[in-house]
Design a protein around this ligand. Sequence first.
Ligand SMILES: Nc1ncnc2c1ncn2[C@@H]1O[C@H](COP(=O)(O)OP(=O)(O)OP(=O)(O)O)[C@@H](O)[C@H]1O
Ligand SMILES: [Mg+2]
Length: 213
Amino acid sequence: MPGVIITIAQQKGGSGKTTVAAHLAVALGTRDKSVAIVDVDPQGSLGEWFERREERLGEEGIDLEFRTASGWGARREARNLARHHDFVVVDTPPKSDIEMRPAIEIADLVVVPLQPTPVDLWATEPTLQMVAKEGNEALLVLNRVVRRALLTAEMADATGGLGYRVARAQLGNRVAFPSSMGSGSTVIETDPNGIAAEEVRALAKEVARRAKE
Ligand SMILES: Nc1ncnc2c1ncn2[C@@H]1O[C@H](COP(=O)(O)OP(=O)(O)OP(=O)(O)O)[C@@H](O)[C@H]1O
Ligand SMILES: [Mg+2]
């Protein structure tokens, strides 16, 4: 059986795609589960993260395979990687439909990170429409959540109310995310017992389960 392909997509820039991609990749990888990542974004942020990671870890650490691809190449690359890996995580660029569409088409699950504000939700509509058009279903993941904000609860209701699937797991607005990424790491490695790591593990578990549904 080929591995599961998880594409992270959201046309709105800065919603947390690359952060979610890196964290999911590391959280999904275990001693007996192998993970590959594909960066479809010409900005190459995930690639930079990966390079730092390689410099830091050398040959140690979990075994992540990294590839870049563009447009239709992403579909082919993801499919090939899925032959030899349990999970393939694909990070996509903002704005560009052309780059994003093939990665959405090939995915077993499309994860759409969303900051919980009404404006972000409006800006997410085109992405959700594109996912539906490709015959796929999106899983919205609320990112940079501020726990006590009433707005977050309202937003979770609003997204669910629109008939979209919303992940139970959410990621808080925490400095630990950018600061871990800066050193080619993730919160799972920089603070394995912290809340951020707990959130990521819960998200990975939910994503893995839903991708197989
Ligand atoms: N949960 C979080 N808590 C705090 N900061 C976050 C969180 N998620 C993302 N960020 C920060 O928000 C910014 C945008 O995140 P990221 O680069 O992952 O988004 P993106 O969707 O990949 O952006 P682009 O559309 O440019 O590719 C980064 O500075 C990142 O460190
Ligand atoms: Mg990005």
